[in-house]
Design a protein around this ligand. Structure first.
Ligand SMILES: [Zn+2]
Ligand SMILES: [Zn+2]
Length: 318
């Protein structure tokens, strides 16, 4: 496994200097959150999954979010603006550096934000860039055309657009966004419950390695792209693992909220070579997912199958 697990998150509270130095020379991706839209613990859940996380902060997970960093220039980009963005901005300290503005205004916290789709856990953190909070200036938001139209046409997001706090930059699938020399991001269209926007996955390509970020999809068989082929083309795959199995939400019709179960993904990826299976890092974990708990039988099953459960603070070198 080439992903490095950082202890930075744990140490940064005790030592304010920890993590302030660039830790890698080449670009990297840092996992700032790994939970499904509701987070862990989830609002109102009194089952053992969330009660345990309330008692033990090490079991908590922030909403799925990545930071892409180019240490040599200090550039950094956020993937998903989640409701946990205030904490995730804190966790970004020391990874890249917001550059000062020529007009003396507040430096942009990120060089841009990439959004996969318009479900609550993935974009509503944009509100923090508005006048009630950060008051950003022309912050680029990369997303699909439909997502850009949604933000532009509907309040409160339209106010961010009208006041030039965010600047929507629609991206076409298959047309890479060149961020820096040897650093690009490409969109892939993904089937999902697309009430307000369509849904993207992103492939981030660095000088040496590439990373697939696919936090939400209905089911693998509805995907126009063969996921097993895609896994062979990238070096890391951070993919939808909302639910572990079909019996996880008693009393709820899970066909209304389709996702590939971890047990289905394990079965689908079973014939792939071990080094390809090791590229899989499951994330977007629902609070009910037993694999979210380190040391659980479910987490052990994931590892036995040759995959990984993405940890917060995991670092993927590009
Ligand atoms: Zn989601
Ligand atoms: Zn979603």
């Amino acid at each position: 496994m080439r992903a490095l697990l950082l202890t930075l998150f744990a140490t940064s509270c005790a030592d304010p200097e920890a993590g302030k130095q660039p830790i890698q020379a080449s670009p990297y991706v840092l996992a700032l959150g790994t939970a499904q839209d509701g987070g862990l613990p989830q609002l109102g859940c009194e089952r053992p999954c969330c009660e345990a996380a309330r008692r033990d902060p090490s079991l908590r997970r922030l909403r799925t979010c990545l930071l892409l960093v180019e240490p040599s220039s200090g550039h950094r980009w956020l993937f998903e603006a989640t409701p946990d963005i205030p904490l995730q901005l804190e966790l970004s300290r020391g990874h890249g550096a917001p550059r000062s503005r020529s007009d003396g205004g507040r430096p942009a916290p990120f060089d841009g934000v990439f959004i996969t789709h318009a479900h609550f856990g993935h974009y509503t953190g944009l509100a923090h860039f508005g006048r009630e909070a950060y008051g950003a200036n022309d912050l680029p938001v990369y997303c699909s055309e439909r997502m850009a139209n949604f933000l532009t046409a509907n309040g409160p997001w339209s106010q961010l657009v009208d006041m030039d706090q965010i600047e929507c930059r629609p991206v076409q699938p298959g047309a890479p966004v060149e961020l820096r020399p040897n650093l690009s991001v490409e969109a892939i269209l993904v089937p999902h419950r697309d009430e307000f926007s369509d849904t993207f996955a992103w492939i981030i390509r660095g000088p040496e390695r590439s990373l697939l970020f696919l936090p939400d999809i209905d089911k693998w068989e509805r995907f126009d792209t063969d996921i097993n082929e895609l896994l062979q083309e990238v070096d890391y795959a951070l993919i939808d693992a909302t639910f572990y199995g079909p019996d996880e939400l008693p009393g709820r019709d899970m066909s209304e909220i389709p996702h590939p179960f971890i047990v289905e993904s394990i079965e689908r990826f079973r014939e792939l070579p071990a080094e390809v299976r090791d590229r899989v890092h499951f994330l977007h974990l629902n609070h009910s997912n037993p694999a979210a708990t380190p040391g659980s039988q479910a987490a052990a099953h994931v590892r036995t199958a040759g995959h990984n459960v993405c940890a917060e603070g995991a670092l993927f070198q590009l």
